[in-house]
Ligand binder design. Structure first.
Ligand code: IMP
Ligand code: MG
Length: 183
């Protein structure tokens, strides 16, 4: 671990192989549950894009993909509200929708997003996340498909960032504390 990316990593949490097996398992579950349904994968940019690219290739059924950019209101009072920076191009009425996430922490953004999508008359809305961090949960939300469960530490790689960096690591690692206590 000595290039400019890897020098900031304390240890590997999920190797490339670990991630591949998690994604394959999720793909198999979705392929079984959505056979014949042509689900729409919704990817909330940016972190989930890496996971989504692998997940869709692990599906053995027809599916479509669309993207959104959202931002949650900072104020505590407006919990449950999000701003849509870029909306879907797809009409989701009567569609089976799967929100693809990299990691669920507080779940606040996802909670609002799920409510918003449900107001558009889809047939179903489910959540598929690579990782779940249940200790951080503030909103009442559970994923329907979960690759793995993680504890408190701040992890990066495979789409997950710290200040927009480290998304391009091919594994998921624990970021050294010195990186974030430093700046
Ligand atoms: P939340 O569930 O609304 O708190 O937000 C989840 C988002 O927070 C994820 O999509 C990530 O962008 C980010 N996030 C949460 N925990 C981590 C972490 O350990 N590393 C990197 N990003 C994280
Ligand atoms: Mg992020």
């Amino acid at each position: 671990m000595n290039n400019e990316l890897e020098k900031d990593i304390e240890r590997i949490v999920y190797s490339q192989d670990d991630i591949a097996s998690m994604v394959e398992k999720l793909g198999a579950e979705l392929s079984r549950d959505y056979a014949g349904k042509n689900p729409l994968l919704i990817v909330v940019l940016k972190g989930s894009v890496v996971m989504a690219a692998d997940l869709m290739r692990s599906l053995s059924i027809n599916c479509e993909i669309d993207f959104m950019i959202v931002s949650s209101y900072a104020g505590a009072k407006s919990r449950g509200s999000i701003d849509i920076i870029q909306d879907l191009r797809t009409d989701i009425a009567r569609r089976d929708v799967i929100i693809v996430e990299d990691i669920i922490d507080s779940g606040v953004t996802l909670f609002s997003l799920k409510n918003l999508l449900e107001s558009r008359s889809p047939n179903s809305v489910k959540i598929c996340t690579l990782l779940d961090k249940p200790s951080g949960r503030k909103a009442e939300i559970t994923a329907d498909y979960i690759g793995g469960v993680v504890g408190n530490g701040f992890i990066v790689g495979y789409g997950l960032d710290y200040n927009e960096k480290y998304r391009n690591l091919s594994y998921i690692g624990m970021l050294k504390q010195s990186v974030y206590s430093h700046k």
